[in-house]
Write a protein that binds this ligand. Structure first.
Ligand code: GDP
Length: 362
């Protein structure tokens, strides 16, 4: 399954956030393929549609979609040159599909900042620079090999060209994700396995007082993010860890007392899911309501394959009800009577919130 890696300088609040994540992990029993590793937390993707659906189909069993969040420790200035956990850190970050970058936007004289004072722009720069240096290193090695191979195989010319272009851009401080343009370039870029090509979102860690409005530092991050079209999610890691300690049934009241609708962690999970280019369809019956994760743009057979590969291989058709119709009419029977149950074939592109029933050959 797809993974978001959590990075950031020391003392920005990563461990505090990650502790909140592990405290809120899903019960591995319901997820037989769930990874159990100390630095990976599997969390439920919050979805306000699950509960109403379970009431409609009269089941108590709700299985939400999940997201894997990976704690990537050890990023310090010089990591690309082997400082700190250096290489270990780099191998972990190469394996994730997207990056959540935690940025310190809170002042606390008891908690030192590695570079002395609070300066989100500089911090973002420090981290980006390490990632880009690591990429430059791997691109330079790749370029040598590519040039050699391109002498015999002319079809590799575009690869050589992109490699050279990236080396130049990274040298100018531009991450790979911001420089590829054409589909061909995007396709080649995948084969380079660059860290700075991964999509990024910023989690700004603020003090409890600034959770609502943010502060001067969060504005600084918003400026950086706006330039590259990235999202910013405001959290207070210490409050998140308090929320995570509470029994689940007490959380809504606590959030309400803080004037929040959703915890920062839940907003972060939703944003991460979206960043990965994922959305949700449901299966809903008397036994359970189940949210399944599928790539945006995936067609019905691929979606069926998320449940079981046999569903994809033997796919015949899908019966689809829009969530809004189910909520409006209140039962599958009434949806059918209203003529709102659609029968779709192999070319159907699944939409977020579709309730699907697959017909397949075995
Ligand atoms: P890491 O090095 O990035 O993993 O940072 P930690 O999670 O260990 O946090 C460093 C210190 O900052 C710890 O003492 C935390 O309790 C504290 N801390 C984390 N988040 C916040 C916050 O939102 N506000 C304040 N005041 N302190 C925080």
């Amino acid at each position: 399954s797809l993974r978001c890696g959590i990075v950031g300088l020391p003392n920005v609040g990563k461990s505090t956030l990650f502790n909140a994540i592990t405290a809120q992990q899903v019960d591995a029993q319901n997820y037989p393929f769930c990874t159990i590793e100390p630095n990976v937390g599997t969390v439920a993707v919050p979805d306000p549609r699950l509960k109403p659906l379970s009431q409609i189909t009269k089941t108590k069993t709700i299985i939400p979609a999940t997201l894997e969040l990976v704690d990537i420790a050890g990023l310090v200035r010089g990591a690309s040159k082997g400082e700190g956990l250096g290489n270990q850190f780099l191998s972990h970050i190469r394996e994730v599909d997207a990056i959540i970058h935690v940025v310190r936007c809170f002042e606390d004289s008891n908690i030192t900042h590695v570079d002395g004072d609070i300066s989100p722009k500089r911090d973002i720069d420090t981290i980006e620079t390490e990632l880009m240096l690591a990429d430059l290193d791997s691109l330079e090695k790749r370029l040598e090999k590519l040039k050699k191979n391109a002498r015999a195989d002319k079809s590799l010319q575009p690869n050589v060209a992109l490699c050279e272009k990236l080396i130049e851009c990274l040298g100018d401080g531009k991450p790979a994700r911001t420089v590829v343009e054409t589909d061909e370039e995007k396709e080649i870029l995948k084969s380079f396995f660059l860290i700075s090509a991964k999509p990024v979102l910023y989690a700004v860690n603020v003090s409890e007082d600034d959770m609502g409005e943010g502060n001067q530092w969060t504005k600084e991050v918003e400026e950086v993010a706006a330039k590259e079209g990235a999202k910013v999610v405001t959290i207070c890691a210490s409050v998140e860890s308090e929320i995570a300690q509470l029994p689940e049934e007490e959380r809504p009241e606590f959030l309400e007392s803080l004037g929040l609708e959703m915890s920062g962690l839940d907003r972060l999970i939703q944003a991460g899911y979206d960043l990965l280019g994922l959305h949700t369809y449901f299966t809903a019956g008397e036994k359970e309501v189940h949210a399944w994760t599928v790539r945006k743009g995936a067609k019905a057979p691929e979606a069926a394959g998320v449940i079981h590969s046999d569903f994809e291989k033997g796919f015949i058709r899908a019966e689809v009800i829009k969530y809004e119709d189910m909520a409006k009419f209140g039962s599958e029977q009434k949806v059918k009577e209203a003529g709102k149950l659609m029968v779709e074939g192999k070319e159907y592109v699944v939409c977020d919130g579709d309730i699907m029933h697959f017909r397949f050959n075995v």
